[in-house]
Design a protein around this ligand. Structure first.
Ligand SMILES: Cc1ncc(C[n+]2csc(CCOP(=O)(O)OP(=O)(O)O)c2C)c(N)n1
Ligand SMILES: [Mg+2]
Length: 449
């Protein structure tokens, strides 16, 4: 009878209760070796509470390849990369602060509305980018511009998006700066509503698994901060990805802060990594300031995810050296000295440079040349982006819906056309604003009735 009941419930709930279908006849008794009906848990007479996923009750260890001065740790497996590849990693790590420094200041001058830096997280972001395949689908949070740059997204593309000019192919100026996206680079458009990308990434992984052309070849890679992991969407996403299951690599950037809230106030357990085993997900914690460790861990995570069609979780430990965004002053909630110490004591860029120097692949001349070149490239792109007009005003109504424009947008478009015709050439504030757009709103004015 019990068996028939189990079989009936299995056919109703084929996914979540699949484990029941294979369970042997339940033997709930005090005998050793007995099993409960829906679990492989063994029976014990000892009353034992636990609060750790490690057998010895210690915190989950942190995987590292390089020590603090760029030497390979004894017993660590050094990734097989040649000089060209190692320099490419380093140049991309250096490109991030080159862009961040200029764009942060450009925002301060009022030329762009907003900006977010990746100071301190260069190894996490570039290492993860290198561990993935360039056509894996990436769903980022907002600090992962480096993944796009690694995939060939240009400095001009970044500048155009931040200025929202007519060459901003990510969103034609309709998104805030750093809310990047590119179909060609398999990088889904950023939505900074925290956590939303996490269940989406489970769905993207599922879609990849269902596509015969990409099954076993590609994974979805989902980045999020330890703060975003406090959202319900984190739990929904991981549960979904583990039960369906989906080839999704979840990459937690644990940088110590969610704006002013320190990570210690985001969780009481052992970071984000301890949650993976709760969902039956293979998990690893990595030194996020060690680019080689991140690259190896994410590389192995993606291999497992693609091969097994299952989710994997990687927690990268780092420290957010910059302010949260241009809307934040982090010295209101942390000591300046703490930040200065982190920059010196564990700087991901310096650590990797020391590794390159030990290999004989880098020296101070190369360093100087790189910094000069990057600065020149960034400044050139900045000046160009600043000089370009915004897209036509009418673009505000395009691209959200496919097919015919819905009636409410048609109405709004007609109303704006009427207002532009009435005030656009006479009222000074509108005139000035319109001068920044291609064709100064004329294409809409012509439609005015
Ligand atoms: C749903 C939601 N709640 C609050 C915010 C405001 N907010 C923006 S970023 C942020 C902190 C996120 O911290 P974390 O996930 O650790 O990422 P980090 O900024 O450290 O990279 C908060 C609270 C938001 N964008 N979305
Ligand atoms: Mg954070």
């Amino acid at each position: 009878m019990l068996r028939r009941l189990i079989a009936a419930s299995c056919s109703k709930f084929p996914l979540a209760y699949r484990g029941l279908a294979t369970a042997t006849t339940p033997q709930v008794s005090g005998l050793s070796g007995a099993r409960l009906p829906n679990s492989q848990s063994y029976i014990t007479p000892k009353l034992h509470f636990f609060n750790s996923v490690t057998p010895d009750g210690q915190q989950i260890p942190t995987y590292r390849v390089l020590d603090g001065v760029g030497k390979v740790l004894e017993g660590a497996k050094e990734p097989e990369i040649d000089e060209v590849y190692a320099r490419r990693l380093y140049e991309h790590m250096q490109l991030l602060p080159a862009l961040d420094t200029v764009l942060y200041n450009v925002q301060r001058q009022g030329k762009i509305s907003f900006y977010m830096t990746a100071f301190g997280e260069e190894a996490t972001i570039i290492g993860a980018a290198a561990g993935l395949k360039d056509d894996d689908e990436v769903l980022g949070q907002y600090r992962e511009m480096g993944v796009l740059l690694w995939r060939g997204f240009t400095i001009d593309n970044v500048m155009n998006q931040c200025f929202g000019n007519e060459e901003d192919f990510c969103g034609k100026g309709r998104q805030m700066p750093v809310h990047l996206g590119s179909v060609d680079h398999h990088f889904h458009t950023i939505s900074s509503t925290l956590g939303t990308q996490i269940p989406h990434a489970a769905g993207v992984g599922f879609a990849l698994r269902r596509d015969p052309a990409r099954r076993g070849k590609n994974v979805a890679a989902c980045f999020f901060g330890e703060g975003a992991a406090s959202e319900g969407d984190f739990h929904a996403g991981l549960l979904l990805a583990s039960t369906i299951p989906c080839p999704t690599v979840f990459i937690a950037r644990n940088n110590g802060f969610a704006i002013s809230t320190p990570s210690t106030e985001q969780y009481y357990g052992d970071g984000i990594a301890s949650r993976g085993p709760g969902y039956g997900i293979d998990t690893v914690r990595v030194d996020g300031n060690d680019v080689l460790a991140v690259m190896s861990a994410v590389g192995e995570a993606r291999r497992r995810a693609a091969e097994q069609g299952r989710a994997v979780l990687v927690e990268c430990m780092s420290y957010r050296v910059g302010h949260h965004s241009t809307s934040d002053d982090s010295f209101a909630y942390r000591d300046r000295a703490e930040v200065e110490d982190w920059k010196k004591v564990d700087n991901p860029i310096v650590r990797f440079r020391l590794y390159l120097e030990l290999k004989g692949w880098w020296d101070s001349t190369a360093e100087q040349e790189l910094k000069t070149r990057l600065r020149a490239d960034v400044m050139k792109a900045f000046k160009r982006a600043e000089s370009l007009p915004r897209a036509e005003v009418s673009e505000i109504f395009t691209d959200v819906y496919g097919g015919e424009m819905p009636w409410n947008l048609k109405e709004q478009r007609a109303e704006l056309a009427y207002l532009l015709k009435k005030y656009g050439n006479t009222w000074e504030p509108w005139k000035t604003e319109l001068s920044r757009f291609r064709n100064k709103g004329e294409e809409l004015m012509k439609e005015a009735k």
